[in-house]
Design a protein around this ligand. Structure first.
Ligand code: GDP
Length: 205
């Protein structure tokens, strides 16, 4: 599992502070408290890689993690591979000016980042496809950037309810776009392998 070797590189408030835009990276996005930090920890097999908290919205930064693998760039040179944890979105107690800052930075990141290979969208399986999620999906539709949706906290539902929620989300996804979705639970480890495969496919795709 190459994700296991993920290492913190830096935290950034603006996209120009991120590592050089070379190689390949996958971004993790989600509403505050959706379970993004827990999902990153589960995928990397590191309990404290991304901070998890019960006070969502506290850490408002883009965080870059490097992976111990490389991809080949256009010149057939080995180039670095990263995961980018985007700031949790939509926490009510964040001042409007700061929310506007992040709306702008995330938008700029998605549009300008050349090494971006795909987005993992984390959504609470009990409240999927809120406005932010639809915005991210629409962006991916528009750019044909692959997107993989993790419907997390599946342990909060019965297996049957979780399957129904997944079917409902899949029904909303346009079959012509490269968006996939799966059931996930950080606390039970459900869907971790499937999600790792999706991330690796995006990085090498
Ligand atoms: P973030 O704000 O999106 O990074 O969310 P966190 O990962 O910090 O999780 C928010 C809250 O949801 C925390 O209290 C976590 O313990 C809880 N949580 C996250 N993932 C799961 C999960 O798969 N199952 C359950 N039951 N709780 C989870």
């Amino acid at each position: 599992n190459p994700l296991q070797g993920a290492q913190f590189v830096l935290a950034a408030h603006r996209i120009h502070q991120l590592p050089a835009d070379e190689g390949a990276e996958v971004a993790f996005a989600g509403r505050s408290n959706a379970g993004k930090s827990s999902a990153l920890n589960a995928l990397t097999g590191q309990k404290a890689l991304a901070r998890t908290s019960k006070t969502p919205g506290r850490t408002q930064q883009m965080v870059a993690f490097s992976l111990p693998v490389t991809v080949h760039d256009e010149m057939s040179q080995a180039a670095p591979v990263r995961l980018i944890d985007l700031p949790g979105y939509g926490y009510a107690k964040v001042p409007e000016a700061l929310r506007e800052h992040w709306r702008h930075e995330i938008d700029a990141y998605l549009h300008q980042r050349r090494s971006l290979r795909g987005v993992v969208l984390i959504a609470d399986i009990r409240h999927p496809m809120k406005e932010f999620d639809r915005m991210m999906l629409e962006f991916c539709f528009g750019t044909l950037l692959p997107c993989h949706v993790l419907l997390t906290k599946a342990d909060k539902l019965s297996r049957n309810q979780a399957q129904q929620a997944l079917a409902a989300v899949r029904k909303q996804l346009d079959a012509s776009t490269p968006v996939t979705a799966q059931i996930f639970s950080s606390s039970e480890g459900t869907g971790v392998e499937e999600a790792r495969d999706a991330v690796m496919r995006m990085l090498h795709g």
